[in-house]
Write a protein that binds this ligand. Structure first.
Ligand SMILES: Nc1nc2c(ncn2[C@@H]2O[C@H](COP(=O)(O)OP(=O)(O)O)[C@@H](O)[C@H]2O)c(=O)[nH]1
Ligand SMILES: [Mg+2]
Length: 257
């Protein structure tokens, strides 16, 4: 039997955390040959989040240092699964897709799956400013890293745990999400992206559209400059020749750059 670890960062999410955990299709995953380990990463919730998570069968990991990226780092360090899947503790991400995503990973031998909230987005679910910010950040990422995904800010990823040790992800906060995806891609892992249905958030948003948006743009520029120095010039281009990207928006057509 293999293991899937679901890692969920949660800061004051008592309204949603129970339903989020309940949505994880444990029985179906068992049928596929996977035991499910659920890790909820908390650092400073002042509400009943950790208590509710435990009562729904999750293990609660306390990361003493605040931040979305720090929460994920603690989660990945404590994960024992062959595969790691992630998502917010706010009901926005459909954990019910995990069995089909894992089947796809196995049949296509994919290392890293990103999910795309934007292609099928119901515009009532996300504010216009947020949609604009997400598209702008993705555009920057495409331009700076020749990165072929549609949604650089999605918080749901499914990947082989073994690749994590090869990724250099230093962000402690919100840029963690884009940095992980860039790293998976530029390090040459086989990546794919699947469109999902993004849903209305339950509970209070932790992200500040303007502050975090600007922070993410600064991070992209810094990261690209670091690559420029460390990979001395065109190493990124050389690497990208052997990059592989399976775009499931177009019925599994395969595009190599
Ligand atoms: N443990 C932990 N979780 C956090 C922190 N900041 C945000 N989160 C969680 O990370 C997820 C993403 O935050 P959210 O407000 O939904 O951001 P958005 O989805 O980008 O609007 C949610 O489950 C939050 O509870 C943090 O500092 N620590
Ligand atoms: Mg969210």
């Amino acid at each position: 039997m293999k293991t899937l670890t679901v890692v969920i960062p949660a800061l004051n999410e008592e309204q949603a955390i129970g339903d989020v955990i309940r949505e994880i299709p444990i029985k179906e995953l068992k049928g596929l040959g996977y035991n499910t380990e659920i890790l909820v990463i908390d650092n400073g919730s002042k509400d009943k989040t950790p208590h509710i998570a435990r009562s729904h069968g999750a293990q609660v990991i306390i990361q003493p240092v605040r931040g979305y990226g720090n929460a994920y780092k603690a989660g990945f360090a404590n994960a024992s699964g062959d595969i790691i899947a992630t998502g917010d503790a706010d009901m926005t991400y459909p954990f019910s897709i995990l069995p089909s995503a894992i089947k796809m990973m196995e049949s296509e031998q994919i290392d890293f799956i990103n999910t795309d909230r934007l292609t099928n987005l119901n515009s009532e679910v996300m504010e216009n400013s947020h949609i604009f910010g997400n598209k702008l950040l993705t555009l920057f990422t495409k331009y700076l890293f020749r990165w072929p995904f549609v949604d650089s800010q999605s918080g749901m990823w499914i990947f082989k745990r073994s690749i994590w040790q090869n990724l250099e992800v230093s962000s402690s906060g919100m840029p963690f999400s884009q940095e992980l995806k860039i790293e998976a891609f530029v390090r040459g892992f086989k990546c794919a992206e699947i469109p999902i249905e993004y849903r209305v958030r339950v509970g209070e948003v932790k992200l500040s559209t303007v502050k975090d948006g600007i922070g993410n743009i600064k991070h992209l520029i810094r990261k690209r400059l670091t690559y420029g120095v460390r990979l001395s010039g065109n190493k990124l281009d050389v690497q990208s020749e052997k990059l592989f990207f399976t775009n499931f928006h177009e019925e599994s057509s395969t595009v190599s750059e």
